[in-house]
Design a protein around this ligand. Structure first.
Ligand SMILES: [Fe+2]
Ligand SMILES: [Fe+2]
Length: 196
């Protein structure tokens, strides 16, 4: 069996985390201040739910594994307060509507903080994990994948709604036809990981 086939069944956790980051940045890159309020609201909703699930996965699976190997490491120590800050920015955004004057600013502040956090993870934590957790990356990836489906299942309606509201009808028909509407959310959440 080839390495490629094996990796399809056991994704490395670092690859899944990079894929999540790329998906979140991809959603943000579609956010423009001159888009209709409904589109900006849908994209912000997708950012919030995607980021909440991503942070929960890191908090439950990735950070504990790294903390065991690097107790006291500064970037790992910074992760919890940075996640708390991101959770607060999400909560503020959820109290607002895209019609509100401060909405764009709240989305941009969330993304500015998220980009800073992603930069730390991708330049420090992920390479460190690949150096010292190499034989555990597939197993951790499997745990993260299983937990992702548990976390996403009760939120499928919310996830699909955000995708439907922010996707042009012609593209939506093509994607739904390819995956089936029931698998749409899971496919979109993991699409970059699967397509690498
Ligand atoms: Fe994180
Ligand atoms: Fe992350």
């Amino acid at each position: 069996m080839t390495t490629h086939v094996l990796s399809a069944f056991a994704p490395k956790i670092t690859r899944m985390i990079r894929a999540d980051h790329a998906n979140l940045l991809g959603i943000f890159h579609r956010y423009t201040a001159d888009a209709p309020a409904a589109t900006r609201q849908a994209l912000a909703d997708r950012l919030c739910v995607g980021l909440e699930i991503h942070m929960k996965l890191e908090e439950e699976v990735f950070y504990p594994a790294l903390r065991e190997l690097y107790p006291g490491e500064e970037v790992i120590a910074k992760s919890a307060p940075e996640h708390n800050h991101l959770h607060r920015l999400i909560a503020r955004l959820r109290r607002m509507s895209a019609e509100d004057i401060g909405f764009d600013g709240a989305v941009l502040e969330l993304m500015r903080s998220l980009m800073h956090h992603i930069a730390d993870e991708e330049t420090v934590l992920l390479p460190a994990a690949e150096r010292v957790l190499s034989e555990h990356l597939d197993e951790l990836g499997g745990r993260m994948r299983r937990r992702r489906f548990e976390l996403a299942r009760p939120r499928v309606g919310e996830i699909v709604s955000g995708v439907v509201r922010s996707t042009p009808p012609s593209t939506l028909a093509m994607v739904a036809g390819a995956f089936g509407i029931g698998l749409l959310a899971a496919a979109l959440l993991g699409r970059r990981e699967e397509s690498d």
